[in-house]
Write a protein that binds this ligand. Sequence first.
Ligand code: UD1
Length: 415
Amino acid sequence: MRKLFVEGGHPLKGVIRVSGAKNAVLKLMAAALLGHGRFVIRNVPEIRDVFTMLGVLQALGVEATLNDSTIFLNVETVRGEAPVALVQEMRASIQVMGPLLARLGWVRLSKPGGCAIGDRPIDLHLKNFKKLGAQIREEHGFITASTNGLVGKELYLDFPSVGATENLMMAATLAQGTTVIHNAAREPEIVDIQNFINLMGARVYGAGTSTITIKGVTQLGGADYAVIPDRIEAGSYLIAAAITRGAITIEHVIPQHLTAIVDKLQETGTEIKVGTDTIAVRGVQDLFPINILTQPYPGFATDLQPQYMALMTLAGGSSVIKETVYTNRFRQVEELRRMGADILLDSNAAVIKGVPQLSSALVHATDLRAGAALVLAGLAASGITEITGLDHIDRGYEKLVHKLQTVGGRIWRED
Ligand code: UD1
């Protein structure tokens, strides 16, 4: 069985360079399906989700390669149907639906499966595709969307869903007339997609605010673009420094994307210095227990909640974490308890009573960010923690073991 071993108790020291953002690059790859011609996407993290999306694009008829952190695509004719196995492997595959519907007038994908972090319906995507003029059929485990031509509309999202905002924004670029998405998600990755598709020739304005306006065009070309840094990877390493009482500088970040986590870490007493594209963090011995509430951006990112929880298990008192984005994102709790954490769960809230020390255990990563939380806990615990479920961690952290080793982390894997 593949395993990660983490020997705790060694403060991390040094510099870590942050990779390109997983949650941006996957959508840029999907957005390329709207265009014709050649694409170069730079600063690409070499992680499992990116390889899965490359497979999806190839299955759809795109020439797609990844070399040295750079993706090369040649998009000419594309198909409207991707293999079930690839779509089910990664939920983000659903992001090809908007581009294919807009380009081909037809798309058929298998329904995304269940998810370890809670109920994740795509009703907001489908409801609003219908408003743009699509017919949706759901049968035999597949979703088929078809249209005689999408027409721009005023749309309102009941919740600022990241995926729905992106899917609708991409579909609307080739619709006839103007689409306005109200209560849109404001995540930095959505701004990245806007910048990318505008380079392709789209006319999209307002990403980063809650109102996005898309003026439809008839055709889109290629683009050469570099992905923004991964704010979740960056946040995970900030917490790694804090939890090991180390001193790390993370470089190649956009600090404005990290204000919520930086602010909360400072409240815990952790020392932080923000530069232009760097953040230096120095951990302290006594951490104050600080509550958080996860929210859509610019609120505290749900994707950093499990890692932050790992930190709070060692704070000097009790803190409360309330999860408002997902219904069931506390799968890390059982595993952290195995390592000696004192955590009480009550529906979407967790009360974490800090303990003086965590101890190593055999634990399982149930999903990507829960896995990251266990790595962080392992770096601080006494003894050698063994983590299974590496497939999840490999989905989203580029060269995790190598990056942690370069700052003195005692971590290795057995494949
Ligand atoms: C994206 C990120 C994920 C992050 C999440 C929230 C990618 C590949 N993934 O996921 O890492 O955790 O944003 O920041 O970018 N919802 C509905 N109906 C819908 C769509 C969403 O009820 O049609 C609900 C979901 O069940 C969830 C919440 O809205 O509870 C947030 O989902 P959403 O913002 O859509 O997340 P994703 O785009 O799937």
